[in-house]
Design a protein around this ligand. Structure first.
Ligand code: DAT
Ligand code: MG
Length: 140
C-alpha cells in the first residue's frame, strides 16, 4: 500500500501547556515521518476554511474563538495508513472518555468550555487530508 499523508494540528491548549514536544514524540515514536512543520497564529479566515464542515453547529463559533486564541503547530505526517493511525493515537474527540494511552486520553480533560479542548486535530480521510494540507501548506 502506498504511503499516505495527514494534517496534524497542535491546538492552542497543547501549545500553551508545553505539549508540542510530547505530541511530536508520540508521532515519531509510532514511526511516522514528519515532513513539514510550522508554528502559526491562525486567523479566522483560515480556520473558517479548515472547519467549513462544522459551520452552523452550536460549537462552531466557540471553536473558531478557541483556535484563534493562541499559536498552533501544523505538521504533515507521512506513512502507510497514517490517517487512521494518527486518529488512533489522538483518541476520541471527548477527552473525558478518550482511552488512556491516547494523546487526548492522557493529556486532556473537560474544561467546562463550550467547545471541547482536546490538544490535537488529525485529518479523517484522504480527501480531508488533501484539502487541509493545501490550507496550511500551500503547494504540498
Ligand atoms: P475530531 O477533532 O475528533 O475530528 P470533530 O471534527 O467532530 O472532531 O470536531 C472538531 C472539534 O470541535 C473537536 O476536536 C472538538 C470540537 N467539538 C466537536 N464536537 C463537539 C461538541 N459536541 N461539543 C463541543 N465541541 C465539540
Ligand atoms: Mg474532525
Amino acid at each position: 500500500m502506498s504511503s499516505e499523508k495527514t494534517l496534524i494540528l497542535i491546538k492552542p491548549d497543547g501549545v500553551r501547556r508545553g505539549l508540542v514536544g510530547e505530541v511530536i514524540s508520540r508521532v515519531e515514536e509510532k514511526g511516522y515521518s514528519i515532513t513539514a512543520l510550522r508554528m502559526l497564529h491562525a486567523d479566522r479566515a483560515l480556520l473558517e476554511k479548515h472547519y467549513a464542515e462544522h459551520n452552523g453547529k452550536p460549537f462552531y463559533e466557540p471553536l473558531l474563538e478557541f483556535m484563534t486564541s493562541g499559536p498552533i503547530v501544523a505538521m504533515i505526517a507521512e506513512g502507510n495508513r497514517v490517517i487512521e493511525g494518527f486518529r488512533s493515537l489522538a483518541g476520541a474527540t471527548d477527552p473525558t472518555v478518550a482511552a488512556p494511552g491516547t494523546i487526548r486520553g492522557d493529556l486532556a480533560r473537560d474544561q467546562g468550555t463550550k467547545v471541547v479542548q482536546n490538544i490535537v486535530h488529525g485529518s479523517d480521510s484522504p480527501e480531508s487530508a488533501a484539502r487541509e494540507i493545501a490550507i496550511f501548506f500551500e503547494g504540498k
